[in-house]
Design a protein around this ligand. Structure first.
Ligand code: ARG
Length: 563
């Protein structure tokens, strides 16, 4: 709550002991805040609009220039000078803590993301997944939650046996001669190609899975060797994108235990047997299209079995309050079923679970496909975009050392990918355009990074080390007041992006703020003004720079000090 809302509560406390609601009107002509009077009306037995009129006449405060009734509402118009003062003082005090809140009340949540299979390298879809997962983690931390970054690795199953089988047949005991997850992925692709000619390969992959399940030594050795290659490769990709996990779960370590939980729930009468002898969760009676098999008659597990056990384990391991999953929208039904089942077996309530569902990412050229080996690989993508960023950097600056060019292109390139993907509403399919994303103009990461760097360069040029504390707030003109109003919005944006699971709100906000800065800088001088005015303007720029840096950080993007 900010100083203005506090003041409204204080003012109204004198008039009524009813719990008041403070709303933000959609229409600016209705002021900055509105308090509806319907509740008072019930108690005071007068019409809401009469009460709104009576009360607003009695209220006055130097924080508001106007307090007036509009129908059943009391509208509050902030005194712009006070708005400047309160906002800028707050930022100056809080610095990068600005926008932080304790809404999360130290609730512990796990956000699971990435969660790859180990038969092939990470692709563009994983990139979107990881960026959303990491950004939400940061947004949830900023709003006072304790976040555990989790990952499930699906490291067993027939898909992995396919790469193993292909390696055994055509790999000739070769060691990786390229990034090792790509090396393994090539065998998965090879299998997909060969099986078109020879269907018996599918049967052989199934045989291999049975051997694996029976604990066959040779099969396990090969499995371990190839998975380790994959992990080595994943780690490199994670590192390039700044992704780290607090906890990694492996399907191979949990899937046996998942069987027990299905059998127990059957005994307790929560699950049932169907006429084929499978164990099912009876979901039909809760409005689902069909019941869900959770353990097959022959005792083998299905995809959801591991998730039931894993969910329970997560809550137990970390004493979680909530558990979120960043997983593609093709698994929407899976998570609806899972969450209902978790409620049935009393792991937690549905409201503590969230599937953060996201759409497909395509490149302008067309769709990504994995089996044919034309997948848009995450590493290739990073490489390509960093190269494009390098072209931009080389074009703009010719006085940089090779090392500086490398570093700057990396920050700009990676920032470009992250920003372009995160500015899109996660639930929708999207097209990622590499060329567009690295442009310094338009709705891009570099555009925002550039605004930040520009502010830095103004401070450098003016050789400003320290600002005078005292600001003459009356010096701010309308344009400046608008910018300050935008800055005041930031904590609300962070809060909404948390509640709505939408990093895109932060990205959109940063675009608006950067654009406002650019316009402002275009029309206002900074360093050549009188000391007083210069000081006021530099304070404003400093506030913008703090917010941009923090907003970028919430998206997992590094600000670039010089650009
Ligand atoms: N590895 C799975 C896949 O690639 C996604 C796992 C998602 N997480 C989960 N707990 N089910 O489709």
């Amino acid at each position: 709550m900010d100083a203005f809302e506090n003041e409204i509560r204080k003012l109204l406390k004198k008039e009524t002991d009813i719990e008041i609601q403070i709303e933000v009107p959609k229409n600016e002509s209705l002021g900055d805040y509105a308090v509806p009077c319907f509740e008072f009306s019930k108690q005071l037995k007068k019409s809401p609009s009469v009460i709104a009129t009576e009360i607003s006449e009695k209220l006055s405060s130097e924080l508001f220039e106007k307090i007036i009734p509009t129908g059943p509402y009391i509208n509050f118009f902030i005194n712009p000078e006070k708005l400047s003062e309160e906002t800028l003082k707050k930022i100056e005090k809080e610095k990068e803590e600005y926008g932080k809140s304790s809404e999360g009340k130290h609730q512990k949540i796990m956000i699971e993301f990435s969660s790859p299979n180990t038969n092939k390298p990470l692709h563009l879809g994983h990139v979107r997944n990881m960026l959303i997962g990491e950004s939400l983690s940061r947004i949830y931390e900023k709003t006072g939650h304790e976040v555990v970054r989790g990952c499930l690795v699906n490291d067993r199953g027939v898909h992995i046996c396919k790469s193993m089988l292909a390696y055994r047949r055509w790999g000739h005991h070769k060691l990786p001669d390229k990034k090792s997850d790509h090396f393994v992925g090539d065998f998965y692709v090879k299998f997909a190609k060969e099986v078109k000619e020879d269907e018996s390969l599918d049967v052989k992959a199934q045989d291999m899975l049975r051997l694996w399940e029976a604990g066959d030594k040779e099969t396990h050795e090969l499995w371990k060797k190839m998975n380790d290659w994959v992990y080595e490769g994943f780690d490199e990709t994670y590192k390039s994108l700044g992704i780290k996990f607090d906890k990694i779960y492996y399907e191979s370590k949990i899937y046996e235990k998942a069987k027990e939980i299905a059998v127990e729930s059957l005994k307790e009468g929560i699950f049932e047997n169907d006429d084929k002898g499978n164990i099912i969760a009876p979901l039909k009676k809760y409005g689902f299209g069909e019941d869900k098999v959770v353990l097959r008659k022959d005792g083998t597990t299905v995809y959801i079995t591991q998730d039931i056990y894993l969910a329970k384990k997560k809550f137990e391991d970390y004493k979680l309050d909530k558990s979120f999953y960043v997983v593609g929208s093709e698994q929407n039904l899976h998570f609806q079923q899972l969450f209902k089942i978790l409620e049935m077996i009393k792991i937690t309530k549905i409201e503590n679970l969230k599937h953060v569902s996201y759409g497909m990412v395509n490149l302008p050229e067309g769709k990504m496909k994995s089996r044919e080996g034309t997948v848009v690989d995450a590493d290739d993508l990073v490489f390509e975009v960093v190269s494009l960023a390098k072209e931009e950097v080389n074009q703009r600056y010719n006085d940089l050392s090779e090392k500086e060019i490398e570093e700057r292109s990396r920050k700009i390139g990676i920032g470009a990918i992250k920003f372009f993907i995160l500015k899109m509403d996660a639930s929708k399919d999207m097209v990622y355009n590499p060329k567009e994303s690295v442009s310094f103009d338009g709705e891009t990461g570099p555009y925002v990074q550039y605004a930040y760097a520009r502010i830095n360069s103004i401070f450098e040029k003016g050789d400003v080390k320290k600002l005078h504390h005292k600001i003459d707030y009356s010096l701010y003109d309308d344009k400046e007041k608008q910018v300050i109003k935008k800055i005041k919005e930031y904590p609300n944006i962070v809060s909404s992006s948390m509640k709505q699971f939408k990093p895109s709100l932060v990205a959109r906000y940063l675009l608006d703020l950067s654009q406002m800065f650019n316009e402002y800088y275009h029309s206002h001088q900074i360093l050549k003004e009188s000391e007083e005015l210069k000081n006021a303007r530099l304070h404003l720029l400093d506030a913008i720079r703090i917010v941009i840096k923090d907003g970028l950080n919430l998206l997992g993007i590094d600000a670039v000090e010089r650009m």
